[in-house]
Design a protein around this ligand. Structure first.
Ligand SMILES: Nc1nc2c(ncn2[C@@H]2O[C@H](COP(=O)(O)OP(=O)(O)OP(=O)(O)O)[C@@H](O)[C@H]2O)c(=O)[nH]1
Length: 316
C-alpha cells in the first residue's frame, strides 16, 4: 500500500474541499471486520471516476454517511477525509469524487493510490469509456502502484439495464481487475466490499525497500562519493577538493609501537571532519533514489531480488 501524506490533487484545477468530520466506523462495520494488523497508521487516496451521472457522488456519500440522498452538487471535484479502523490499523482515507469530464485527468491518476472506475449499468457509453481510462491509468502509472477496480453502479435499475453482469465481468477480466455490481441507492455493504478489495489490491502490490546502513560511515566507497557528487551536479572545483581528501589515501595501523605497512583506504568517510556527514548523506540519497527506481522496475518484472544486491554492493 502506498503510504503518503498530502492534501492536494496534484495541480488539479483548484479542487473544492469539503471536509467531512473524521468518522470512525465501528469495528462491526463490514469494512473493518475481516482483517487484523499490527498497530499502524496508513494514508490511502481513493478516486471515484466515471462519466456523467454514473453515481460517483452517490457512491462516495453512501460510503461515508451510509445514506443515499438522491441529488448531489456536481460542479467541482470534492475531496473527503475519512478515518476507519481495520483491527489495530488506522486508515486515513482521502476520497476524491472527481467531477465528470470526457477525459480522465492525469492529475487525478497521479494523485490516487487506487481508482474506482465507475459505470452505470443503464448507460452503455459510460461502460465503453472504462477500457480507455483503464489503459490510461496503466500507462500513466507504469512506474508506480495504482490499482483500480471496476464498479457497475445502479444495480437496482435492472429493468433499464444495458450492460449485463457477464459483460462487466468480461471487461474486468480483460483489464485484470476486480469487479463489483453495486447500488448506491440500495446497498451499503457491497460498496464497502468494493473499497476493501481496492485496499487489498494495493496492499499486495506494495514494494518495501529497506536499506540497512550498518557501519555506513566506514564502508561507503570513495568512488561512489565522487559519483554521487557528480550526479547532483556539484561544481568541478568542489569535487576536486573532495577528491584530494579521498583519492590515493593510505594508512597504517600502529599496535604497541609496531606499525603495519601502508595500505590503500578505499572506503569510509573521514572521521572528525565536519564535511563527512554531508558527503555520506549525498551518497545515501543517490543510493536511495537508484534503489527505489530499481525496486519499482524490478517489481514490474517480478525480479526484485536480482536488482537490489547490485545497489547494496555499493555499501558492502
Ligand atoms: N436508481 C439509482 N440511482 C442512482 C444510483 N446512484 C446514483 N443515482 C442517481 O444518478 C444520478 C447521478 O448521480 P451522481 O452521484 O450525481 O452521479 P455523478 O457520477 O457523481 O455525477 P457527475 O459528477 O455529474 O458526473 C442522481 O440522480 C442519483 O440519484 C443508484 O445506485 N441507483
Amino acid at each position: 500500500m502506498q503510504r503518503r501524506r498530502s492534501t492536494s490533487v496534484g495541480s488539479a484545477p483548484n479542487p473544492k474541499k469539503l471536509e467531512v468530520p473524521l468518522r470512525k466506523i465501528s469495528t462491526s462495520s463490514p469494512f473493518t471486520r475481516r482483517r487484523k494488523k499490527s498497530s499502524i497508521s496508513t494514508d490511502v487516496r481513493i478516486a471515484f471516476v466515471g462519466t456523467l451521472g454514473v453515481g460517483k457522488s452517490a457512491l462516495t456519500v453512501r460510503f461515508l454517511t451510509r445514506r443515499f440522498i438522491g441529488e448531489y452538487e456536481n460542479s467541482a471535484d470534492y475531496k473527503y477525509r475519512h478515518m476507519i479502523s481495520l483491527g489495530d490499523e488506522i486508515i486515513h482515507l482521502e476520497i476524491l469524487d472527481a467531477r465528470s469530464q470526457n477525459v480522465l485527468s492525469n492529475d487525478v491518476i497521479r494523485w490516487a493510490d487506487g481508482v474506482c472506475l465507475v459505470y452505470s449499468i443503464t448507460d452503455l457509453s459510460s461502460f465503453w469509456t472504462i477500457r480507455t481510462w483503464a489503459h490510461k491509468i496503466r500507462e500513466c502509472r507504469k512506474n508506480s502502484v495504482c490499482e483500480f477496480i471496476l464498479v457497475g453502479n445502479k444495480k437496482d435499475l435492472s429493468h433499464f439495464r444495458k450492460i449485463s453482469t457477464e459483460n462487466g465481468r468480461a471487461l474486468a477480466s480483460e483489464l485484470e481487475c476486480p469487479f463489483f455490481e453495486v447500488s448506491a441507492a440500495e446497498d451499503y455493504q457491497s460498496i464497502c466490499d468494493a473499497l476493501y478489495e481496492l485496499y487489498q489490491e494495493n496492499d499486495m502490490s506494495g514494494v518495501l525497500v529497506s536499506l540497512d546502513f550498518h557501519k555506513a560511515f566506514d564502508s561507503v566507497d570513495h568512488r561512489f562519493i565522487i559519483e554521487a557528487l557528480k550526479s547532483f551536479n556539484f561544481g568541478e572545483s568542489f569535487i576536486n577538493w573532495v577528491k584530494m581528501f579521498y583519492e590515493d589515501v593510505t594508512a597504517c595501523v600502529m599496535n604497541h609501537g609496531i606499525s603495519t605497512g601502508y595500505f590503500e583506504v578505499g572506503r569510509g568517510v573521514r572521521q572528525g571532519d565536519p564535511l563527512s556527514p554531508y558527503l555520506l548523506i549525498v551518497a545515501i540519497e543517490l543510493l536511495a533514489i537508484t534503489t527505489i527506481a530499481s525496486a519499482m522496475r524490478a517489481f514490474q518484472f517480478q525480479t526484485l531480488h536480482r536488482y537490489l544486491p547490485v545497489n547494496a554492493k555499493l555499501f558492502e
